[in-house]
Ligand binder design. Structure first.
Ligand code: FMN
Length: 302
């Protein structure tokens, strides 16, 4: 307690008399002190340190291995040669659209050192699949908490944290079915229910919750929320669970919004349907050959 008080007082006094630089360094050392007090931060820090010092990928790893890291600087003639190679389809990947002669396009002359099979994270990203039919076992709420903590590293302009998830299990799924029916003006016979939300034992509704901020428009905050959704899909996949993100045009109908207690400016981005990956599907995945799309369709230069 007293430490916090002292450091904030120090900050105040430095601001009056000190230069901007010393103010910054004092803030930094204050931050360090706070971090030192926090065991969880220490764990995070040592993990980050391990990633940067012992990681086997990245420019630092190449430097450690005695190779010169790619400086990114290339002579114009090299990159032009590569561009014309790419256009003619020789050597590098072929560009999918005809390009005017004065367009450079990506430079593939430096071969990639990235190994998307050996690197577990890249491997998980590239093999992720949506699983539509799920077995009943689900991650516990404590598991979800850990995964949410993990994906909270999502890129977030000004750190507004404009997203949240709502856990829907058990009979709450029937309440969602009723809200969807109400939104769609569907009237069922007694005993009949909307089975759509029952396609998994666990649904996580993703809510984009933008704040009023002059520097961060709502669309950026929606992008952060979508990023959290995608990261969570990936984190669940990596943790061994099956997921499918579903939405539908009723997601933001009044009855559905009411059920999720959305505020006026909030947006329901859909539901992650979560469960165990059925054994038959795991077998199928093991032999799957679904090719990844040609990356050139997603990559260009100005
Ligand atoms: C925001 C969002 C909403 C989606 N809504 C639906 C949906 O309502 N129904 C559906 O079949 N797929 C929906 N999808 C697509 C699936 O989640 C999935 O990505 C798609 O079936 C392709 O499978 P894959 O993820 O294995 O490539 C949605 C995806 C996103 C990102």
């Amino acid at each position: 307690m007293s430490k916090h008080k002292d450091s904030s007082e120090n900050r105040g006094s430095k601001k009056v008399g000190g230069s901007k630089k010393s103010d910054r360094s004092s803030k930094k050392s204050d931050k360090k002190k706070h971090r030192k007090d926090d065991g969880a931060c220490e764990v995070t820090r040592s993990r980050v340190r391990a990633h940067f010092l012992d990681g086997e990928t990245g420019p630092w790893a190449r430097t450690l291995a005695g190779q010169s890291p790619d400086s990114g600087e290339q002579t114009a003639s090299t990159s032009e040669a590569a561009a014309s190679e790419a256009e003619s389809g020789e050597g590098g990947a072929q560009s999918s659209t005809a390009r005017p002669a004065n367009r450079r396009g990506p430079d593939y002359s430096v071969p990639s050192s990235i190994d998307t099979v050996a690197d577990p994270v890249l491997h998980a990203i590239s093999t992720r699949r949506s699983i539509s039919k799920l077995d009943p076992e689900t991650p516990s709420d404590s598991d979800l908490r850990e995964l949410i903590r993990t994906v909270s590293s999502v890129a977030d302009h000004k750190g507004l944290k404009p997203w949240r998830f709502v856990i829907i299990r058990g009979d709450d799924r029937n309440r969602l079915g009723e809200a969807l029916d109400e939104a769609d003006d569907v009237h069922r016979k007694p005993g009949e229910i909307n089975e759509k939300p029952l396609r998994a034992e666990l649904l996580l509704a993703l809510v984009a919750s933008p704040q009023n901020n002059p520097k961060v428009p709502a669309w950026e905050q929606h992008a952060t929320a979508a990023g959290a959704g995608h990261l969570l899909e990936l984190a669940l996949w990596q943790a061994g669970w099956g997921v499918m993100w579903r939405s539908g045009n009723l997601a933001n109908a009044p009855a559905v919004r009411r059920l999720h207690r959305l505020k006026d400016d909030e947006l329901l981005m859909g539901w992650l349907y979560i469960g165990a990956v059925p054994e038959r599907y795991r077998q199928r995945l093991a032999g799957s050959t679904r090719p990844l799309p040609d990356p050139d369709q997603f990559l260009d230069t100005l």
